[in-house]
Design a protein around this ligand. Structure first.
Ligand SMILES: C[S@@+](CC[C@H](N)C(=O)[O-])C[C@H]1O[C@@H](n2cnc3c(N)ncnc32)[C@H](O)[C@@H]1O
Length: 287
């Protein structure tokens, strides 16, 4: 389907463009999607179509969102049959409520622009019910943060948020030489499979993120101390039940060590804590 007369635009630094040139890595990413008939797919940042063209050739419905107008024009000039649905936009501005309203289940893949890889990932999480699987390439350190174990220096907000809803069941490293131009950093692809039963069953990402920001902003301090001192910040969380008193009461009630630090609580601990906090608040408001 490619038009041999057309030359892809040159990579631009400001869009984080490092194009995959290693066909073996391209195939590994596309195979990791475990695409099946009837499924729909979203690619973020197709660039010149490195992943897009071979994936489209596999015959699955694909939507791609690309910010760089020049890349969009280039892709539009290629003869995709059936046509590729291409949205020219900054992914961070796309109306995802509208996008996912029309598409009940969409597998997502991307060789992410590294400067916005975490915000893009965080922006997808509220739509997890529509996203059964993601295969994403990150700067290696970022992928390792997402995969990090509690108690380690890498473990943080994005590790908790992703793993409340997804199981990371596959990862592999990609060397700078697999890209054109080569980035200065190592890369890593991770596959995230949605959990059949999400760990978090109350509230949503917004309030939880507010709590995690308050805590991980002082990750070496004790959770109880941080809450006593900065729990007032949670007014901005947007839910009435996540108040300092309910959080402290349920924390104690769950039997967590009062000396524990934010980085020592697992995603399961955070989920249980939030659930108990909501129950506690509701009981208090009723009585
Ligand atoms: C690392 S390149 C990957 C290109 C191609 N998919 C590949 O694997 O070779 C990242 C792509 O994301 C695009 N991009 C950067 N920021 C974006 C944003 N905010 N929204 C959508 N696309 C973006 C870039 O223009 C670029 O095409």
């Amino acid at each position: 389907m490619t038009d041999p007369d057309r030359t892809a635009p040159r990579a631009k630094k400001r869009f984080g463009q490092h194009f995959l040139k290693d066909r073996h890595i391209v195939d590994r990413i596309l195979d990791a999607l475990e695409a099946e008939a009837g499924e729909a797919f979203l690619e973020i940042g197709p660039g010149p179509g490195t992943l897009t063209i071979p994936f489209h050739a596999r015959g699955f419905p694909l939507t791609a969102i690309e910010y760089d107008r020049e890349m969009v024009a280039y892709l539009r000039g290629l003869d995709f049959d059936p046509p590729l649905e291409l949205i020219e936009a900054d992914f961070m501005d796309v109306d995802l409520d509208a996008f996912f309203a029309d598409r009940p289940q969409v597998k997502v893949f991307s060789n992410l622009p590294y400067n916005v890889s975490v915000p893009i990932t965080a922006r997808l999480l509220p739509y997890r019910q529509q996203i059964p699987l993601m295969v994403m390439m990150y700067q290696k350190e970022v992928a390792e943060r997402i995969r990090a174990q509690p108690g380690t220096g890498e473990y943080g907000i994005i590790s908790v948020l992703v793993r409340l809803f997804y199981r990371i069941d596959m990862h592999f490293n990609v060397a700078p030489g697999s890209f054109q131009p080569p980035p200065k950093v190592q890369s890593q692809v991770i596959r995230m499979h949605r959990l059949e039963r999400p760990l978090l069953t109350v509230g949503d990402i917004g309030p939880l993120t507010c709590l995690l920001r308050t805590l991980f902003g002082r990750r070496r301090k004790m959770v109880t101390g941080v809450l006593k001192k900065h729990g007032g910040d949670l007014k901005n969380a947007g839910v009435d039940w996540m108040d300092r008193g309910s959080l402290l009461e349920s924390f104690q009630n769950l039997g967590f060590d009062t000396k524990v630090r934010p980085e020592n609580l697992t995603p399961e601990d955070y989920a249980a804590w939030l659930c108990r906090t909501k129950e506690y608040h509701e009981r208090e408001s009723r009585d």
